[in-house]
Design a protein. Structure first.
Length: 591
């Protein structure tokens, strides 16, 4: 380490060592505590204030809690690098909020700090109904050469703000990082994980005392190789949507100081961003931008339904021309927007020219959704070529069981097929992933059959070939039922695999979920892709799969009944709605 001198710390009022040469320090050796309990905000600020002339802060493995009890923000300076070990986490909880501030005491692109790098950092938040969303935000003002490499931003985005707030800054690079979860307030669900904006107090996530503003736009922003993904449940369903990846919505100073430019959004993966249903809603939205490159990305919906638009490029300034907009070589997978995939709107603007939309691939079961729509533009200003639309396989529903043949699988022992004695047999299939619980002593009281008793060729398995395959959990999967002269029957498996051996057992051997019903009248809008069924899932009559909420003709549905299902598996309650008087789906499809 180089020469040092002593000064008074702004945080503690105590004497602190101030370094005046580039050095590397260990955060724990400097006092930070990785116990998940100690407030590390003042401790980190003390380190930053101590080493002011170039420092790398090495963050060892562990969970470092941050609260806003003592400090309201962490203030950075130039020439600082954070190197996180694998497993090193900055944690925010309890509804607290902690900005990392890039101060700008002067106007102009050189008015702020420079050369700030975060390597392998993890910023983790949480959400609960009592405290709300816990937040980490990078408030980047008039800064340059700011880098985020292999970082993780996990469930910590403000419902009214962003993960990265880039205002009047340039040369900001976000690479190979992951952004998860967006518990959006309904009035602010358009907010982006990465906002590319202007130096204006209204644009800032945090108002740093003494900062100077001048309406300068951000430029030279590269966002490459990142993931924007939802928080998911163990079932794979969306718990909270992915953040909207990048964009902005406002022009400051009417663009007199310039507009946002040289933005590269490339090679990223975005899954299940929140549906934005307004006519002008879009998951990627830019207003008054030039030299924009959206290329090589994959945009996919697995659990979310589509937005009104996926990309919207908008000019609302009559005196400002926009040019060089490129949307190329992207994959649009099962997005199915309500209006169109890409919307260029120049109705109120000063022109959108030199637009290229080429080499994009659409994968969708729907072929009638417009890919590109323009408003107020000349066809000579846009090139649309070499874009393909490959239809995916449509969802098919299972048919009723008819004439189920006896099992062909090799069995131990010998079985003699019985004669047909049933005069009547009716069969009904259901979704293959439904389940039931075996009643106590089911293996002693009930036999397992290759078919319902009384069907031609029926026989009863011995214990070795039947109940020996049962799982200790007592849970079986049910995909068919039958009513015959010999009684009521269900077809079961002891594995979730649909190729597993199937058996018939009397209805008395199974216990299904408890379901209660009530009238419930509401008009709702579907937001997530959830299965729809002919009955409530796990109804003893067996629900048939009828596709998903994405297959409905309209996102707006009428709900007339509500059902509450108590699972025999874990005792948890799930709520279902009857929509349009025809299909049942989870209430979570609407939130």
């Amino acid at each position: 380490m180089g020469l040092t001198q002593f000064s008074t710390s702004a945080i503690t009022g105590q004497q602190a060592t101030v370094a005046h040469a580039a050095t590397t320090v260990n955060a724990q050796n400097q006092g930070m505590v990785a116990d998940g309990k100690t407030d590390n905000a003042p401790l980190l600020q003390r380190i930053i204030n101590t080493y002011t002339n170039g420092v790398t802060i090495h963050v060892p493995k562990g969970t470092y809690l941050f609260t806003n009890a003592e400090l309201k923000a962490i203030t950075l300076h130039s020439d600082i690098t954070f190197d996180f070990d694998d497993g090193a986490v900055f944690q925010i909880a309890g509804g607290d909020r902690m900005p990392f501030v890039y101060p700008s005491p002067e106007v102009g692109y050189d008015g702020g700090i420079s050369n700030v790098t975060w390597n392998n950092a993890t910023f983790r938040g949480d959400y609960n109904a009592t405290d709300g969303q816990s937040v980490f935000v990078q408030s980047i003002h008039h800064a340059s050469n700011v880098n985020f490499n292999k970082c993780t931003f996990d469930n910590a985005e403000s419902p009214t703000g962003h993960y990265l707030d880039i205002d009047g800054s340039h040369n900001v690079n976000v690479k190979d990082s992951t952004f998860t979860g967006f518990n959006a307030n309904t009035d602010f669900d358009y907010k982006e994980a990465i906002q590319v904006d202007y130096s204006n107090s209204k644009a800032m996530s945090y108002h740093n005392p003494g900062d100077k503003y001048d309406n300068l736009p951000s430029y030279d922003i590269t966002v490459d190789g990142n993931q924007f993904i939802p928080l998911s449940k163990t079932s794979g369903a969306v718990k909270s949507f992915a953040p909207n990846p990048i964009g902005q919505h406002v022009v400051y100073g009417k663009g007199v100081g310039g507009i946002i430019h040289d933005i590269h959004f490339t090679n990223n993966y975005v899954q299940d961003a929140k549906p934005l249903l307004d006519e002008d809603g879009a998951n990627i939205h830019f207003v008054c931008v030039k030299n924009l490159y959206i290329s090589g990305n994959t945009f996919e919906n697995k659990g979310a339904l589509g937005s009104g638009n996926y990309i919207r490029i908008f000019n609302n300034q009559a005196a400002v021309p926009m040019s060089n907009i490129n949307i190329t070589d992207n994959n649009f997978v099962n997005l199915d927007p309500d209006n169109r995939y890409i919307y260029f709107d120049d109705e109120k603007g000063g022109g959108i020219t030199d637009v290229t939309v080429t080499g994009n691939k659409i994968t969708s079961a729907k072929s009638n959704i417009p890919f590109v729509i323009t408003n107020g533009m000349s066809s000579s200003d846009i090139k649309i070529a070499s874009n393909t639309n490959n239809k995916s396989t449509a969802i098919t529903n299972t048919d009723d069981i008819k004439n189920t043949s006896k099992l062909k699988a090799a069995l131990t022992g010998k079985y003699k097929g019985g004669k047909a004695t049933n005069k009547t047999e009716t069969y009904q299939s259901g979704a293959s992933n439904q389940y039931a619980k075996l009643v106590t002593s089911a293996a002693k009281k009930y036999g397992l059959y290759n078919h319902v008793k009384g069907h031609s060729g029926w026989y009863l398995y011995n214990k070795k070939d039947g109940w020996a395959n049962a799982k200790k959990s007592g849970i079986v999967y049910v995909d068919g039922r039958a009513t015959a002269d010999s009684g009521k029957w269900y077809r079961i498996r002891f594995s979730s695999s649909t190729s597993a051996r199937k058996y018939w057992v009397r209805a008395g051997a199974l216990q299904f979920d408890k379901i209660t019903y009530e009238d419930y009248n509401k008009t709702l809008t579907t937001m997530k892709k959830y299965p729809i069924y002919s009955l409530v899932f796990n109804d003893p009559q067996l629900a048939k799969a009828k596709g998903t909420t994405a297959d409905l003709k309209s996102r707006s549905v009428e709900v007339t009944k509500r059902a509450r299902r108590v699972s025999v598996l874990n005792g948890k309650t799930s709520t279902y709605y009857l929509i349009n008087g025809k299909y049942w789906t989870r209430a979570l499809a609407f939130y």
